[in-house]
Write a protein that binds this ligand. Structure first.
Ligand code: PMP
Length: 349
């Protein structure tokens, strides 16, 4: 009844335990002031919930275009960028051609390929977490993948890959998706390339800038590609409340978002320094809103559990990278709580 493609899947892994300090999903720690909560309530109360939302999310698209200096015809909105990853994996070439991505990386690239029965062409990252270009090109030659995903910066490693390596893969005829989910924390973008080429698209999301609960992501691409993918989009993929609230955030609240992003970058650099000075911890540099670190004094599983007992939830990545855990950068007090708990746990080791 259920296909082997689907029954062989493992469900998406995420941390769901509740904790006093939640630093596990790379959300932005931001507290909405009461005046803005009231504005949201006011606008949401006007929604005719018996009606379908605008299938084209026109007003939200307008707000996204204006906010990020883009044109509406270059945008396709998704229920999170996750949905757009599905669309791209379905739309690019035929399913008998594979999907290439470096590992470790964001799991949805592999999951979407697997569901469709597409060959997963995984290329292990080098020790420094950059792309192994030689191996990539060898696999491009051998397996002829049609599509490649590069998270930029990469999740969970936090680095931006060498640009030339990405271009070398793309220039061998591989349709290339640059996933800029963490763009606001790196400041590095491929949007110009995406707008001028038919073999490169960029994914962005509002999830990492304070709106994860709304599920809004978008693709930036050349107009013709947007038109094609729009044909397969589920008709009402952005809910009415999401269209209304995301637009409000982008138009009336965005300076607060920008401030929170700025503070998060400062906190990331502080957290990096503090973690680097801890015995038993090796920290990897990050251009995102999270930091990956390796634990040498204590197995990652135990460290993760002990931190949770102290009320701090981070993400255990040891199933992907031995001994590694990833912590999202939070507010100043949240990061202090993590550092304090970590120090206490390591002392016990
Ligand atoms: N891409 C990357 C690299 C991510 O890390 C994530 C979220 N963890 C996503 C995409 C998915 O984002 P969204 O919430 O927009 O679906």
């Amino acid at each position: 009844m259920i296909s082997r493609r689907v029954s062989a899947l493992e469900s998406y892994k995420t941390e769901t335990s509740s904790a006093r300090v939640k630093l596990s999903s790379n959300e932005l720690s931001i507290e909405l002031p009461q005046w803005f909560q009231r504005r949201i309530a006011e606008e949401v109360s006007k929604i005719p919930f018996n009606r379908y939302p605008d299938p084209e999310s026109k007003l939200l698209k307008e707000a996204i275009a204006k906010r990020f200096g883009l044109k509406e015809e270059n945008l396709l909105l998704g229920n999170g960028s996750d949905e757009l990853i599905y669309y791209l994996s379905i739309a690019v070439e035929e399913f008998n051609r594979g999907v290439l991505y470096p590992v470790p990386t964001f799991s949805m690239y592999g999951i979407s390929a697997q569901i469709l029965g597409r060959d997963r062409v995984e290329v292990k990252l080098k020790e420094d977490f950059d792309i192994d270009l030689e191996e990539c090109l060898r696999l491009v030659e051998e397996k002829k993948p049609a599509l490649a995903y590069f998270a930029y910066p990469n999740n969970p490693t936090g680095n931006c890959f060498n640009e030339e390596s990405i271009k070398a893969v793309r220039d061998r005829g591989v349709f290339t998706v640059i996933d800029e989910a963490y763009f606001q924390y790196s400041g590095k973008s491929w949007v110009e390339e995406a707008l001028s080429r038919r073999d490169t698209v960029v994914l962005r999301t509002l999830s990492k800038i304070g709106m994860a609960g709304l599920r809004v992501g978008f693709m930036v691409a050349e107009e013709g590609i947007v038109k094609e993918l729009n044909k397969m989009r589920l008709p009402f993929n952005i809910t009415y409340p999401s269209q209304v609230i995301a637009r409000l955030m982008l138009t009336e609240f965005y300076e607060f978002v920008e401030q929170a992003v700025k503070t998060t970058i400062q906190e990331r650099d502080r957290l990096y320094k503090e973690l680097s000075s801890m015995e038993g911890i090796r920290v990897y540099p990050s251009e995102a809103n999270f930091i990956l670190f390796k634990s040498s004094l204590m197995p990652a599983d135990i460290l993760h559990k002990r931190l949770l007992e102290k009320g701090v939830l981070i993400r255990n990545f040891s199933y992907m990278i031995p001994d590694c855990l990833r912590v999202s950068v939070g507010l100043n007090w949240e990061n202090d709580a993590l550092l304090e708990a970590l120090q206490a746990v390591l002392k016990e080791a």
